[in-house]
Design a protein around this ligand. Structure first.
Ligand code: NAD
Ligand code: ZN
Length: 342
């Protein structure tokens, strides 16, 4: 039995372990992928830190990680259209295919979703098993780092695509990787004006690099004042990417009448907002979960082929064995997207 190195959560509690485990076996409808580049998601950091969510959700031992690009090295006997050697990434949500939502084209809100690297063994390893239906082929020669961040980039696309951004003024609250992707997408989609906010200076600098016109400190400066001065009446669209109730409230206040917001950031506590303002300003709020399968993926492909450049968001690269350093860097917030190379 061949062995591989993998980052496993072996027991309930903080940290991870670099282990030698068996290379996993594929089923008839799966492929085996040799991972070239993995990317660390906020979810992986939660699991590393072992927060309440992780403690309730994970059943160790499990290999974590779900953002990757790699090459297919083995193809299950029922799989068609995928071949050995293909460069691929994948949708990390495995849907049941049977529930009301799956059967009405809304697999992203499936009732019985299994998440790669959370509910099943993931990709912080040399090899991983992926359901063939989730595989997303990448063009030969594609930057594997960009390939590895399709999952969070897709979150940003899903949030942005709820609106027509052409000629619009757009607020992005929270400039973590997903907020930064939103800024780049808004610029690429012809937004007139982009105002971004973050409490972290490192990330405010990245926001400028990916195309924000105004960048404010979500902590001190008043987002509303900047938006009002720049737009006169308030912004058309808010993309809430911080999970901060304070950012959400100031973002909603900075919207014009008839404006709309996509809410993707996840709040750790109950949030109170001024619903009267939502009513009297006639705002529209969209909850955004995951990526549409696979509309969002086709949008992403078209934009990347059409010149969308998200490479400035990818700031660091570590070897798999340097995972602790990578996780601590993520905890510090002095980074954009961080890659791990198995
Ligand atoms: P992240 O934690 O790297 O980024 C959040 C950013 O918000 C940080 O840079 C932080 O400094 C900033 N922030 C905090 N308080 C702020 C404030 N008051 N004003 C402005 N900015 C503030 O996270 P990420 O990986 O970019 O993901 C963004 C959010 O989306 C997270 O909340 C994450 O949990 C959530 N998420 C949701 C989905 C979904 O399907 N809905 C999927 C993935 C991630
Ligand atoms: Zn389902």
């Amino acid at each position: 039995m061949a062995l591989m190195r993998a980052l496993q959560k072996r027991s309930a509690g903080p940290g991870l372990e670099l282990c030698e485990v068996d290379v996993p076996k594929i089923g008839p409808n799966q492929v085996l992928v040799k991972i070239e580049v993995a990317a660390i998601c906020g979810t992986d950091l939660h699991i590393y830190n072992w927060d309440t969510w992780s403690a309730n959700r994970l059943h160790p031992p499990v290999i974590i990680g779900h953002e990757f690009a790699g090459r297919i090295v083995q193809v299950g006997k029922n799989v068609t259209g995928l071949t050995e050697g293909m460069l691929v990434t994948a949708e990390g949500h495995f849907t049941c295919g049977r529930c009301y939502y799956c059967r009405t084209g809304q697999g992203h809100i499936c009732d019985d979703v299994k998440i790669l690297g959370v509910d099943t063994d993931g990709i912080f390893a040399e090899y991983a098993v992926i359901d063939a239906g989730n595989v997303w082929p990448l063009p030969e020669g594609f930057d594997p780092g960009v390939g590895a961040v399709h999952d969070p980039l897709g979150n940003a696309f899903h949030a942005a695509s709820a609106h027509c951004l052409l000629g619009k003024s757009v607020i992005v609250t929270g400039c973590g990787p997903i907020g930064l992707f939103c800024i780049a997408i808004a610029r690429h989609s012809g937004a007139k004006l982009i105002i971004a906010s973050d409490t972290n200076e490192y990330r405010r600098n990245l926001a400028r690099q990916v195309g924000a016109d105004y960048v404010v400190n979500g902590g001190d400066e008043e987002l509303e004042t900047v938006v009002r001065e720049a737009t006169g009446i308030g912004a058309d669209v808010l993309l809430e990417m911080s999970g901060s109730s304070r950012a959400l409230r100031s973002g909603l206040r900075a919207l014009r009448k008839g404006g709309a917001a996509s809410l993707l950031g996840i709040f750790s506590d109950d949030v109170s907002i001024d619903l009267d303002a939502v009513i009297f300003k006639q705002l529209t709020l969209y909850g955004i979960n995951g990526r549409r399968m696979f509309d969002t993926w086709y949008q992403m492909k078209a934009a990347l082929e059409g010149g969308l450049d998200i490479r400035p968001v990818i700031t660091h690269k570590f070897k798999l064995e340097e995972y602790a350093e990578a996780m601590e860097l993520m905890n510090s917030g002095r980074c954009g997207k961080v890659l791990l190379i198995p």
